[in-house]
Design a protein around this ligand. Structure first.
Ligand SMILES: *[C@@H]1O[C@H](CO)[C@@H](O)[C@H](O)[C@H]1NC(C)=O
Ligand SMILES: *[C@@H]1O[C@H](CO)[C@@H](O)[C@H](O)[C@H]1NC(C)=O
Ligand SMILES: *[C@@H]1O[C@H](CO)[C@@H](O)[C@H](O)[C@H]1NC(C)=O
Ligand SMILES: *[C@@H]1O[C@H](CO)[C@@H](O)[C@H](O)[C@H]1NC(C)=O
Length: 462
């Protein structure tokens, strides 16, 4: 009987929540009231992939075309073109060289999965306007008609879904640098919207219906306001009627006046990492090559983030309630270079040991320690208890680590993730509050990881 009652309770609740699920209006008030589907906050780590025709010159950055022929050309790009290409060469001539002949999306899926990332975001179209899928709205400027002769987006979606539990997401640029329709709308002071109605919006509906992404990561939001882009109408459809209405999450780049204010999670700026707890869910989109999102042939070892950089950024971001989106730039022939692969696999190795301190965690009362620098906290409810994780970015010079924020009780138990022996702690002798953790002497072969160490504290008073 108890089972019956539980069943009917569940059933009624289910029906009730189904019937009562409201429809969203195309206003920010209504759209912003939608709770983010919980998978996004729980999963914490994504991989960003910048791939397109810009991966052919793979020089300076994915802004190559603009840097070459935009309003204020950059000298190094202009000279590069002058020295290496005939004078009548156009940006479009790079497209046939976007060959992707070694593109193996199964292999990409396995690398992303090995990194411990739980979602990915692929550029479906960057500001150059080239669509990585065979779009009906991008005649002869898409990956099926020219270059790869493949549906790059569909192939990766398929591999990701077949081989992993990773959520598949798509980046899409509203704006295109040189699209004549957009330039015309701009000349008309955005009183006309031909570019939006014949290009941007049809494309967005097309990628959502066709690839059912769990993330629509919008960008290129600085030309025209959100009324011009019809962003609110799109989002209302996305949340009410699209095939991903229950799972999809979006960001905040939907036209002037949205950034850091409206939409789903907030991205605010590239590499956003405020170091403080934020009111709303946010994401730190950053890139392993510090100067570029697209592949860059001239990048040197120094230009790539180290694992120490990555664990630091990860710890800061997660402690303050953010997700981290880590970018790699594949080559024009479809390869993820070993430097990216190594970082991603190392991150995966770190997360295998320390993932408990990241996935499914919440910010704690304190984000970093109030006394000792380079210690960041996360927390997790386990039944009625709260476990607190201290992510320690630097191994202390002495054998003790003083933390001022945690208040221990006689029941406090400290463990080092990935290490099987108990960790001793004591009340500090030289401070009125806090905890002193005694760092163990660990044989090299028992070292849980190489980069940042995580102490879990159970039974704290605060
Ligand atoms: C994906 O990663 C998980 C967690 O590390 C692992 O258990 C699983 O075997 C991986 N799957 C593939 C296809 O590599
Ligand atoms: C958006 O731009 C249009 C066209 O310039 C203008 O009419 C409208 O008032 C603007 N709306 C907002 C909310 O800024
Ligand atoms: C990466 O770490 C090095 C060494 O600690 C530091 O000098 C550099 O500023 C860091 N870079 C970033 C982008 O965090
Ligand atoms: C904690 O982090 C904040 C923000 O990054 C910083 O200003 C503060 O100095 C840090 N505290 C310590 C003790 O390092």
């Amino acid at each position: 009987m108890a089972g019956m009652a539980a069943f009917s309770f569940f059933f009624t609740t289910f029906i009730f929540s189904f019937v009562s699920s409201e429809r969203y209006e195309p206003t920010w008030e209504s759209l912003d009231s939608r709770p983010l589907p919980s998978w996004y906050d729980e999963n914490k780590i994504g991989i960003f992939i910048h791939w397109g025709v810009f991966s052919v010159p793979s020089f300076r950055s994915e802004w190559f075309w603009w840097d070459w022929q935009g309003n204020q050309p950059t000298q190094d790009v202009v000279e590069y073109m002058k020295e290496n290409y005939p004078p009548d060469f156009t940006y479009a001539d790079f497209a046939p060289m976007f060959t992707a002949e070694f593109y193996n999306p199964d292999q990409w899926a396995d690398i992303f999965n090995a990194s411990g990332a739980r979602y990915i975001v692929l550029t479906s179209k960057h500001h150059e306007g080239f669509t990585n899928w065979p779009s009906k709205y991008s005649f002869n400027w898409n990956a099926m008609d020219v270059g790869p002769k493949k549906d790059l987006v569909g192939m990766l979606a398929d591999s990701i879904r077949r081989r992993t539990n990773i959520h598949f997401g798509l980046y899409h640029s509203l704006f295109e640098w040189f699209n004549p329709l957009l330039l015309q709308d701009e000349a008309n002071k955005y009183e006309t919207d031909d570019f939006v109605t014949s290009k941007t919006m049809p494309e967005l509906y097309e990628i959502v219906n066709r690839y059912k992404p769990d993330i629509v990561w919008s960008d290129g939001d600085w030309a025209g306001n959100y009324t011009y882009w019809k962003s609110r109408e799109f989002l209302a459809w996305l949340y009410n009627d699209s095939p991903v209405k229950d799972t999809v999450v979006t960001n905040d780049r939907w036209g002037w006046g949205c950034l850091c204010q409206h939409g789903g999670f907030l991205t605010c700026t590239d590499r956003y990492n405020p170091g403080k707890l934020q009111k709303r869910k946010w994401e730190n989109a950053m890139t392993l090559d510090i100067d570029s999102w697209g592949y860059r042939r001239t990048a040197t070892l120094e230009d790539y983030l180290t694992m120490d950089n990555i664990t630091q950024i990860l710890a800061q971001t997660i402690s303050c309630g953010g997700n981290v989106l880590i970018n790699v730039g594949p080559t024009k022939d479809g390869l993820i270079k070993p430097i990216f692969e190594e970082r991603l696999r190392q991150l995966g190795d770190w997360l295998k040991v320390n993932g408990d301190a990241i996935y499914g965690t919440n910010p704690w009362t304190y984000q970093n320690d109030t006394y000792t620098p380079n210690v960041w906290y996360t927390s997790k409810k386990v039944e009625t208890e709260t476990n607190v994780y201290a992510i320690v970015l630097e191994w202390p010079e002495t054998d003790t680590l003083y933390l001022a924020a945690p208040t221990p009780s006689s029941a406090t138990v400290v463990t080092l993730l990935g290490y099987s022996y108990p960790i001793s702690w004591r009340k500090p002798s030289t401070h009125p509050n806090g905890i002193e953790i005694v760092f163990p002497i660990i044989p090299f072969s028992d070292m849980p990881c190489q980069w940042a160490w995580v102490f879990m504290m159970e039974g704290l008073v605060n």
